[in-house]
Design a protein. Structure first.
Length: 444
């Protein structure tokens, strides 16, 4: 199917969601039974789709008998047609329910399942050879489109950095030379990371009750396109891997611990499992399709996590008193290093711009590497590693900076702020413990 036809199909699906023929539900128990049947079909559809892309199913801890045999299967158009038919059938069943006067939680469940199914349908089209423009791909998979940023937007942050980064030469050269002083020796990365993770856990537990028995393990990894990864295993457990292909800096540790652990991916996944799969037996929460709207909520909250954990002064103090000594790094320029990192975060959307231009054919690989060096101030090695990430995960990159912006906007709109931290945590917990969707954040 060509791109224009795919876009029409997805648009029609969204329209039907709003105004299609509806099936009457007489009792709440009827809705629960029907939704559970649809959820079962959704899980099996995700698992079958994952047979053709090993990255698609990021986690599964449901009934083992639902898992189909065979992985890394070659593309099969007849199988994809069957899977598309199943996705359409499940979407139609959901549309038939949409006139039911649901509770707030039922509405969230309904909307979440619908958007997740649309993402699976989009993924099947892509597996069948459909090439989508970057924005259409991100809309279908992640229920969001990243805004356009000009070079002038990024240059403003670079100009600010240019004024405070010491040394001589280009800003790219100076910032990377300065940061070398803050590299953690490889042999000390794990102990420094675990200390940061423990602090993030303790601070999180001051605001969110952690389910009994939740746990994680930490591993060092190599030869991966990502810097760190949370592999959620179910039963409230995660494996957090830290990739040491590139240097790790002291400023990475709190960010990564918050992102991959508390209150980021580990907590997000276990709360969904605890609240809905374990307590309510909602089967859709036994599987996590990576290329889906769930990932924007996951990455957005994980990116925002470090902001809610520490005020700037608290973080700098913790790093200087605990992490720097563990890493054996001098604290003389710690405050300047922290300020540089905070300014550099403003360049996050440059990664999305690079990915969009690369995948849409505006940039070639070499141009993309140079863009990342210029507008994200990466080393060449880091820029090349990130292009490898783009090539593997494609429009997934929108989930980080855009997701963080959307989470922050939602929390601030609802009254959360650095001056009302309790409210911020209340809203954050809502986001990571209920079935949210990116487009739903703008509705609520």
């Amino acid at each position: 199917m060509n791109v224009s036809k795919l876009i029409i199909v997805l648009t029609i699906s969204i329209i039907l969601f709003s105004c299609g023929e509806k099936k009457e539900v007489k009792q709440e128990s009827d809705l629960e039974i029907i939704m559970n049947d649809i959820a079962k079909g959704y899980v099996k559809l995700v698992l079958r789709t994952g047979q053709y892309d090993p990255d698609f199913v990021d986690a599964y801890y449901g009934p083992q008998e639902w898992k189909p045999s065979g992985t890394n299967l070659p593309p099969d158009s007849s199988a994809f047609i069957e899977l598309l038919s199943i996705s359409d059938s499940l979407l139609n069943e959901l549309e038939d329910l949409s006139s039911y006067k649901a509770t707030e939680l039922e509405t969230l469940r309904f909307r979440n399942l619908y958007k997740q199914l649309l993402a699976v349908k989009t993924k099947i089209f892509m597996l069948n050879g459909s090439q989508l423009p970057f924005d259409q791909e991100s809309k279908g998979l992640y229920d969001a489109v990243s805004p356009v940023y000009t070079e002038d937007y990024f240059q403003q942050a670079i100009d600010e950095l240019n004024q405070i980064v010491p040394g001589k030469g280009s800003i790219e050269k100076r910032i990377n030379e300065f940061k070398r002083k803050f590299e953690i020796p490889k042999g000390k990365i794990e102990i420094v990371f675990k200390a940061a993770l423990q602090e993030c856990r303790e601070r999180t537990s001051d605001y969110i009750t952690l389910p009994p028995g939740e746990n994680f393990s930490v591993e060092i990894a190599n030869n991966q396109p990502w810097g760190a990864y949370n592999w959620y295993k179910g039963n409230l457990r995660s494996v957090i891997q830290i990739n040491t292909d590139l240097p790790k800096h002291i400023g990475d540790m709190v960010s990564t611990a918050a992102h991959e652990g508390y209150p980021g991916h580990h907590l997000y996944n276990l709360l969904l499992e605890w609240n809905f799969f374990m307590k309510r037996e909602w089967k859709e929460f036994s599987v996590y399709p990576l290329f889906s709207p769930q990932s924007l909520i996951a990455e957005g909250t994980a990116n925002y996590a470090e902001e809610i954990l520490f005020s700037p002064g608290e973080r700098l103090q913790f790093e200087k008193e605990i992490l720097y000594p563990l890493a054996g790094i001098d604290t003389t320029d710690a405050a300047l290093y922290y300020n540089i990192n905070q300014l550099q975060k403003k360049l996050g959307q440059a990664a999305t711009t690079a990915a969009k231009n690369y995948l849409d054919g505006v940039f070639n690989r070499e141009q993309t590497v140079k863009w990342l060096q210029k507008y994200q101030l990466r080393t060449k090695e880091s820029a090349e590693k990130y292009v490898s990430f783009i090539e593997k995960y494609r429009s997934y990159v929108i989930n980080y900076s855009l997701g963080e912006d959307m989470i922050r906007e939602f929390i601030e709109k609802k009254g959360g702020s650095s001056n009302n931290l309790a409210r911020s945590w209340e809203l954050f917990e809502l986001l990571i413990s209920t079935p949210q969707t990116p487009s739903g954040l703008k509705i609520n």
